[in-house]
Ligand binder design. Structure first.
Ligand code: F0G
Length: 447
């Protein structure tokens, strides 16, 4: 483990360190000394073409770890001493869909969605949870814990249940989508709804883990980020190890952008790929601490904000991994943008209308892409991948409210009214009459 602030290297973080460096308070990242250029152990650097072949080969295997889209890349994540400690739900191996209609309206020739919402608990969190929870299992913990806007808690509760471990979930009361809360309950977590926001839950949990023997599974845990690297490997593999020009991700606590950036940098270092994609991070306008930081200080300092957005997954004002995210944006030549509530809702409906769907936080990627195109920062010939982080069923209340016209206030809609009106598909209530159904069908066919 190397501290991302002062570069201090340690073998394994102690629990009391809370995954923060005792010297400077910054976050750790997993490093692989044997891969470093000039290292005496460089001989152990994995052979790129052998790895590519092995990872594909494992897709046909019946072994549990090989069937996981995370652990089939285990040469890129040496986090366990003993592979029998792997806790998996066969996560990963998620689809990469081409978005044809949205591509046309956005003016991008090759637009794809990597749908991480197609994971076992319906979000991208499973990829990192399988690695970090397996480490907790190997270390012999009985309890794991996280503060969450909903998806981390759902994933943690599921993986803990699979491993026969207990889980403690701290969530902001009234500020997470019901689908996510129901998952934590169903998977048997001790679910505490605190009367605060996500950032307040993090503050409480930081103290709790100092006093109780629970293993912290928030994304400050560097093992989470190792698993979250694997969608990048899958994307590169899907394009025959040519990386896309641009990858666009939503930004909340900012771990995901960091993990994907780490993966692309490592792949290039190991000779698996030759290029880096630009990685851009999109935030909601009223939950935009990174956007402000990039505008005001080029990412040198970050002022926490009080966050409010209907995309509850990214309602985060004080993101833990912001420094790592700044580094990734700068190293890859990407951008940070912000988008409004109506832009998010419209983008979500457009992704839904392609038969794909996603949760609101994921849709910021498309809304952000539109802005980047308008600003000339993304060109039509570029191959662009949007990272969709959560399944549409996570927050069906949001979707229903949008289509019923109850989600947005008129002043939020503004100039987007015509686009929003064509994407609304409210359910029609009728008497059980054949004629009435036929009349509706005729009306819809004529539209
Ligand atoms: N999209 C979804 C669906 C999320 O649940 C999250 C974060 C993000 C994007 C942002 O990712 O934090 O790595 O920048 N959800 C966390 C949670 C915070 O508790 O589930 P990030």
């Amino acid at each position: 483990m190397r501290c991302t602030g002062c570069a201090r290297v340690i073998e394994q973080p102690e629990l009391k360190e809370n995954f923060r460096c005792v010297e400077c308070g910054d976050l750790y990242e997993v490093v692989y000394p044997s891969w470093s250029a000039g290292s005496q152990a460089e001989i152990r650097k994995p052979n790129a073409s052998a790895m590519r072949w092995l990872w594909k080969e494992r897709c046909g295997s019946n072994a549990e770890a090989d069937q996981s889209g995370v652990w089939r890349f285990r040469e890129m994540l040496h986090v366990l001493r003993d592979e029998s400690n792997i806790v998996t739900l066969r996560e990963g191996n998620t689809p990469l869909y081409q978005l044809r209609k949205v591509a046309e309206s956005t003016g991008i020739e090759q637009l794809f969605a990597k749908h991480q919402g197609m994971n076992p608990t319906g979000s991208f969190k499973d990829a990192g949870m399988t690695t970090a929870l397996s480490v907790a299992h190997e270390l012999g913990f009985d309890w794991v814990a996280c503060a969450s806007t909903g998806n981390t808690s759902a994933a943690m509760a599921a993986y803990a249940a699979r491993a026969g471990m207990r889980s403690l979930v701290l969530i902001p009361e009234g500020k997470i989508a019901w689908g996510k809360l129901s998952q934590a309950m169903d998977y048997g977590a001790l679910t505490l709804q605190l009367r605060t926001d996500f950032d307040g839950c993090v503050r409480v949990l930081t103290e709790v883990v100092k006093r109780a023997p629970v293993y912290l599974l928030n994304s400050v845990n560097p093992y989470r980020l190792e698993g979250q690297k694997t969608p990048a490997l899958e994307i590169a593999e899907a394009f025959d190890w040519e990386v896309p020009d641009h990858l666009i991700v939503p930004g909340g606590n900012l771990a995901n952008s960091s993990a994907l950036g780490k993966a692309f940098l490592e792949m290039k270092h190991l000779g698996l790929t030759t290029q880096l994609p630009k990685i851009s991070v999109i935030q909601a306008e009223k939950a935009n601490p990174l956007f402000r930081s990039m505008q005001e200080s080029c990412g040198k300092t970050l002022e926490p904000v009080e966050a409010t957005t209907r995309a509850t997954a990214i309602r985060i004002g004080n993101p833990a991994s912001w420094k790592k995210a700044v580094r990734v944006i700068q190293q890859t030549g990407g951008y940070c943008e912000q988008v409004g509530e109506a832009e998010i809702a419209l983008a979500k409906a457009e992704i839904g209308a392609e038969g794909i769907g996603c949760e609101p936080a994921s849709a910021v990627t498309l809304a952000g892409l539109k802005k980047l195109v308008q600003q000339g920062k993304v060109q039509s010939g570029e191959r662009v991948v949007l990272l969709l982080t959560g399944h549409t069923l996570k927050d069906s209340d949001y979707t229903i409210a949008y289509h019923r016209g109850d989600l947005l206030k008129p002043e939020e809609i503004g100039e987007l009214r015509p686009e929003i009106e064509v994407t609304r598909r409210n359910a029609v209530e009728l008497d059980a009459s054949v004629d009435l159904v036929l009349r509706e069908l005729e009306r819809a066919a004529g539209q």
